[in-house]
Ligand binder design. Structure first.
Ligand code: EPS
Length: 392
């Protein structure tokens, strides 16, 4: 795996850290672009009080010089502004695990005497660093003509109708409202649903979609289970806090239809094979087809619930309702930015694996050559001449 990253930090600790290793040299990088992504992750109707405290901005301390990457590990640092409210504070231990959160499983696993330690690291605060890291991957992808964008398609009971438009237009539509949904009518209904759920002291989940355009055919492989790029995308999506389901394209709907209505037929146009549909979500045999990559993820409702849920107090051994400190009512719109970052990471990694190279200058001609070779193969790489099958 050419690219890898680690994050560190607690939700209410002093700061968050990430290291991205394997980025080639010579990739233009603007701190403003990273901060722009961080700011996108912070907005969405139905956020709790924490987002009013934080103003996430990144400090790059390694791997970048004079606006371009050096090829060295890139270290990223974001301060938690909320730390000022926690440092030296007398904290009440959390003794009633919230159903759906990592409180009970974390406690059982690590033997904490305060369940707070589980939430500190399990918290989606960590996704700040995924987004900062993902902005670096997006910069590499941009240089390779790959665009990644996302939006909300379902929020609680509201399902959007996504217009058949290019990704850039869908993203512009989505970014124009607080629900990050490209269907303005559905966005309004989603907003109302969040308003109602807030009043009911409850929470909502939903489904988001991330699309990548410009991905060349031939990334990933069927030859080994862990080289199927779809599988790597699924891992990346499922690694995001609160995600409980993933599909490539409309996979779950495809499962209900006959094959003739699912598979994307191939036509010859302008001397090359083309598709008129992309129900495969950009993959066949674990390999990219050259059509847009489409990944969807289902997010469960936030598990910190104002009305409380039935649980047990592990200090008294009695059944009690959970205690509410502070949280979001929904975070699907904000999770879109995190999902984009993870898709960007997987695709940047797959591009580097396919193309190799230590600098952008080395990689760009390899990408041009890949396109040339694929075009040449389509024109004469396959022969109808019979031959004798042997295993030497
Ligand atoms: C989170 C709980 C909330 C969210 C947090 C994730 O934080 P707090 O407990 O401080 O109110 O705001 O998300 C973020 C801080 C963030 O940056 O997205 C949780 O328990 O997972």
């Amino acid at each position: 795996m050419p690219l890898r990253f680690l994050t560190a930090g607690e939700s209410h600790g002093p700061a968050l850290t990430a290291i991205l290793e394997g980025m080639p040299a010579g990739v233009p990088l603007a701190v403003e672009a990273i901060n722009h992504e961080l700011a996108r992750r912070q907005v969405g109707y139905g956020s709790g009080g924490r987002m009013k405290i934080e103003k996430d901005t990144v400090r790059l301390t390694s791997g970048v010089a004079v606006g371009v990457t050096t090829g060295g590990p890139i270290a990223l640092h974001v301060e938690n502004d909320d730390w000022a409210n926690w440092e030296g504070r007398q904290v009440t231990p959390i003794t009633r695990p919230r159903p759906g959160h990592a409180d009970l499983t974390g406690g059982l696993k690590y033997g904490y005497n305060d369940l707070r330690h589980a939430l500190e690291r399990a918290s989606a605060r960590e996704t700040t660093m995924r987004v900062a890291m993902g902005a670096l991957c997006k910069a590499l992808l941009e240089a390779l003509d790959v665009t990644v964008g996302g939006y909300v398609i379902v929020l609680g009971p509201v399902e959007a109708t996504i217009p058949a438009r290019p990704l850039a237009e869908l993203v512009t539509l989505a970014e124009a409202n607080e629900m990050r949904c490209p269907d303005p009518e559905a966005a309004e209904a989603m907003r109302e649903a969040v308003k109602a759920i807030r009043k009911a002291q409850d929470t909502l989940g939903g489904i988001l979609e991330v699309v990548a355009e410009g991905v060349p055919p031939g990334l990933g492989s069927y030859v080994q289970w862990d080289r199927r790029l779809e599988a790597r995308l699924a891992l990346a999506m499922m690694s995001i806090q609160a995600m409980k389901g993933v599909e490539i394209g409309p996979a779950f709907r495809n499962a209900t239809l006959p094959g003739t209505e699912v598979h994307d037929e191939i036509f010859m146009e302008g001397g090359r094979p083309v598709r008129h549909s992309n129900r495969a979500g950009g993959f066949e045999g674990g390999i990219t087809t050259g059509e847009p990559v489409v990944v969807r993820a289902a997010m469960k409702p936030i598990s910190t619930i104002l009305a409380g849920l039935r649980s047990v107090d592990l200090a008294t051994q009695r059944e009690e309702k959970t205690v509410y400190e502070r949280s979001d009512f929904t975070a699907v719109h904000r999770a879109v930015v995190v999902a984009e970052a993870m898709v960007a990471f997987v695709l940047a990694d797959a591009m580097l694996e396919k193309l190799g190279g230590d600098s952008l200058g080395e990689i760009l001609p390899r990408l041009a050559l890949l396109h040339e070779q694929q075009a040449a193969w389509l024109q004469g790489g396959v022969s109808s001449e019979p031959y004798e099958w042997r295993v030497p």
